[in-house]
Write a protein that binds this ligand. Structure first.
Ligand SMILES: C[S@@+](CC[C@H](N)C(=O)[O-])C[C@H]1O[C@@H](n2cnc3c(N)ncnc32)[C@H](O)[C@@H]1O
Length: 328
């Protein structure tokens, strides 16, 4: 096996390494919601000191860390996740933020949670639904464990296919190339769904589903952060983004999914081999261009993801759920 040079070793980031993946995850969260929008959502959720919050699929505890302070003092936080290692890390993160004393952690599954009906004032799921095949079941469980009058809030992808909103100095888009990207984007989404790996359009359905399940005052917001950098990368936000981008390039993280997985999804979504080869070649060329322009400090881009927050309130008393209608 070739020995890795010292220089490479220093910069090498192994994206398959769990710790790195988790770091990338945390950074991605901060790229979604600005502090102003976090505050504004806390108002929309009607958060007050003393409330009990459940974070379903809590991972490293981002939602508890972000909205937990709005239920303090006197509030309680419960994080649920099937992965014990993540629960331990979330506990450490909350301790660091001085929220540890108010927090408890439970190993479990959002589709069948070990809590009594009407336990929580607010129930959150942040980037969990897109990974589930049984999304409606998860929503029903969230509603079940929420108190009458309590809030159910789901944060998730609302990807409608194709390139996400944005522009980059390394691409000169033509109608033809945009149409190709759109087709491949839709095929990847369809592949993910067919492989039972979830559905990244789920954000678009959730307002209708919440309404159909009898939640009140259902409302939606889109994430407000637009990541943009342009030379000479002056502001603090740009410098952070610029350094994250260079780190990803060094680690060859050009897209969130490893390529092997991505091409499998494209195939499952019905893409033919010729298109997949074209995509591979394009990706290779784009990556080289990206690397070169990052090295020359000419890279510029503006990019936003299609990510929504959808929330609603359980009615005070009364029957909350009815059978799913055919159209929902
Ligand atoms: C993309 S991560 C999001 C973590 C965290 N909510 C955040 O936003 O940083 C998805 C999380 O969902 C958890 N998860 C996966 N399947 C689940 C299930 N059936 N029930 C509950 N959590 C689940 C994973 O363990 C992981 O922590």
């Amino acid at each position: 096996m070739p020995v890795m040079s010292e220089r490479k070793k220093k910069h090498h980031i192994d994206y398959t390494d769990k710790k790195v993946r988790q770091e990338v995850l945390v950074r991605q969260r901060r790229e979604l919601w600005s502090p102003e929008q976090v505050r504004s959502l806390a108002k929309h959720f009607r958060l007050r000191p003393g409330m009990h919050m459940l974070d379903c699929g809590c991972g490293l505890g981002y939602a508890m860390q972000t909205w937990g302070p709005y239920v303090m003092p006197g509030g309680r936080l419960t994080g649920l996740d099937p992965v014990p290692d993540l629960l331990n890390k979330a506990r450490r993160n909350l301790d660091r933020d001085r929220l540890g004393k108010a927090a408890g952690f439970v190993q479990g599954d959002i589709r069948d949670m070990p809590f009594d009906d009407g336990t929580f004032d607010i129930t959150i799921a942040h980037v969990v639904f897109c990974h589930l095949a049984e999304q409606k079941q998860a929503l029903d469980e969230m509603i079940r464990v929420t108190k009458p009058g309590g809030c159910v809030a789901v944060f998730d992808n609302a990807v409608s296919g194709g390139p996400q909103g944005g522009w980059s100095s390394i691409h000169k888009p033509t109608v033809e190339s945009e149409l190709f990207d759109l087709e491949m984007g839709l095929r990847a989404l369809e592949g993910i769904r067919r492989l039972g790996q979830g559905d990244f359009r789920v954000g678009c359905y959730l307002p209708l589903w919440m309404e159909a399940r009898g939640l009140e005052d259902v409302d939606v917001r889109c994430n407000d952060r637009v990541r943009w950098v342009a030379p000479p990368y002056r502001s603090a936000a740009q410098q952070t983004d610029w350094s994250n981008t260079r780190e990803r390039i060094r680690a060859r993280i050009t897209r969130p999914r490893p390529e092997r997985v991505y091409y499998k999804q494209l195939r499952a979504g019905g893409a033919d081999e010729k298109s997949i080869r074209r995509m591979q070649n394009r990706n290779r060329r784009s990556f080289e261009r990206l690397r070169k322009s990052a090295r020359n400090r000419t890279l510029a881009y503006a990019w936003s993801s299609q990510f929504w927050c959808i929330w609603g309130f359980c009615p005070e008393g009364g029957q909350r759920t009815k059978p799913w209608g055919k159209k929902t």
